[in-house]
Write a protein that binds this ligand. Sequence first.
Ligand code: GLP
Length: 261
Amino acid sequence: MQVVIVNSEQQVAKYGAQFCAQFINQKINATLGLATGSTPLSLYQELINKSSEGSLSFAAVTSFNLDEYIGITEDHPQSYRFFMNQKLFNHIDINKNNTYIPIGMGDPHASAHEYENRLKELGGIDLQILGIGSNGHIGFNEPSSSLASRTRVKTLTAQTIADNSRFFSADEFQPSLAITMGIATIMEAKQVLLLATGESKATAVRDFIEGPLSASCPASALQMHPNTIVIVDEKAAKLLEHKAYYQQVKFETEQLENSLF
Ligand code: GLP
């Protein structure tokens, strides 16, 4: 796991966007795994900017989102389909027929099964973008999720419901169930890019990078992933014990890349 610590939330987005753009430019038909939530918003804006400037195209890209709420329709403003259209897809040249998000209406178990199969049929994910929940979840794989899990229905924890309640008005139905890619599904991505910003993520960031590999902190499964880059701002990195070492690795890596050898 490579841990990159930068000064601000804006720099997390810039560094992340640079990484994504380079990845897509090298594999123009890449399959991306996409995340929702507040964290990737600035990253998506950076990608939109690159696309408008003409330095990046999503025309040949396919995407699979991590998760979707159960019980709200695609056109509901809090559905993840609505979010992705508004925050990214409507502003780039991606073919929406190639953007997949689990369907949260109808039979959710069948929907989850079909989603997993579709992803398999299309060859899996090349680059998976992740945020992290304050309880260490990735996608909606809540603590105690099986590390061998595939796409399925999950019950959201009280903490996740509380964390996400800011998006729903008080009298509005807020889902407590979701369809999410499983941890094993995520682990099959060839490359993972996890972003975390702000003090509210500091404990989860410490636990998943430096704590034990445990279903109690689902993101810790990434300790077993061979190609994971974590980009965090200073606030989210606050509790890391080996911060100086991660900075040293970044420095040495850049030196090596710039050297003539
Ligand atoms: C949500 C999503 C996750 C996301 C996380 C953090 O519930 N299912 O994919 O990473 O919570 O969200 P935020 O970036 O808003 O803190």
